[in-house]
Design a protein around this ligand. Sequence first.
Ligand code: AMP
Ligand code: GLY
Length: 426
Amino acid sequence: MNILLIGSGGREHALARSLSASALCDKLFIAPGNPGTAQHGTNVVIDVADHGAVIAFCRTMGVEFVVVGPEAPLVAGLVDDLTAAGIKAFGPSKAAAQLEGSKAFTKDLCAEFGIPTAAYRRFTDAEAAKTYVRSYGVPTVVKADGLAAGKGVVVAASFEEAEAAIDMMIGGGLGAAGAEVVIEAFLEGEEASFFALCDGRTAIPLGTAQDHKRVFDGDKGPNTGGMGAYSPAAVLTPELQARVMREIIEPTLAGMRARGMPYTGVLYAGLMLTDKGPQLIEYNARLGDPETQVLLPRLKSDLVTAFLAACDGVLDSISLQWSDKAALTVVMAAQGYPGAVEKGSEIRGLDRASAMDDVIVFQAGTKQSGDKILANGGRVLNVTALGSTITEASARAYEAVSRIDWPEGFCRRDIGWRAVERESKG
Ligand code: AMP
Ligand code: GLY
């Protein structure tokens, strides 16, 4: 079948690689894609916000299956419109994507169905929110209800910080996304990510990962979209994973069904592993970036078959096979990221890096210019390596990084440090 993949980042390069490897995939189109996805299919220009244009493209090109990478088209209802037009699409409906699109929606669902998460209150009035914070104490966490491109969460150590965040959000600093805020209790523990593939009724595990959100070594500096990740996350033992399925993922699926909005697609749970057990920090309605770049290289099963089974409601009939190897990805970003960056510098040595066994260089923010690859964004490359341990995967990934000649870029040097420390203790 012909498949259309929506998105343009490193996640989509990893998706394009796995989708195109499927025996079920004839032609793969990527809208808009990047030079990395072009190695696995045909990049096409479609205005993805114009759902009619996406449907028309599918009809013209005989596309039978659409896979949506990022959250914005999901929250905008692209899957609903494609489905109504008779085109199969992977990802949640607009209603179900509220699990990512509205923190208040998710917290209310957790409260109703007994899903462990931080205690919370919702506010649209800044003074009421501040009074609550004063009575509740700090540290506390202030979250904008809606999608805010990573800027919607403030972990406040002081009342002043909490109040400034409340004023900024309710005052319109994040647009409509901040008109309502959720104030929640500060959770202590180690963070880990758990992915589940869902068909509305059944969920099956799709792997675990840990990422590094801060820009500098030692987890210092401002937050980013993610500077690196590794999979599996050993901290999520098989027992803890079973508990996450039982206490968090399955009740979420049951709750969404009860609300008449069955959840189909990838459910990405951001977890805090507290001394009382795993608690939900947030849901994403899609695969993570850069987590996908370490999950999919470990997946041995056919990705198209798995995604179709989710769409068709038959996930209970399949099981996924995984490589025994660990994977780690190092993000190479343009200097200045997560602030302003310069575009257009040339990246050399990609072939030398990719020539290493078990190394894949995923492209995120790049642009083709003649036979050159130029930097074209903040996070530019995701250098992924497999190894028998995270420690080995890390050594190979950094060896591949050293083969890339791009003076205008930088990366963290300590991706995977928690896992490497764990492995050194045996
Ligand atoms: P989110 O966008 O919801 O994933 O939040 C961004 C980051 O804020 C998370 O990765 C956590 O590090 C932190 N965070 C969010 N909620 C809490 C919480 N209730 N307690 C402690 N840290 C939190
Ligand atoms: N790496 C975090 C995310 O994809 O949301």
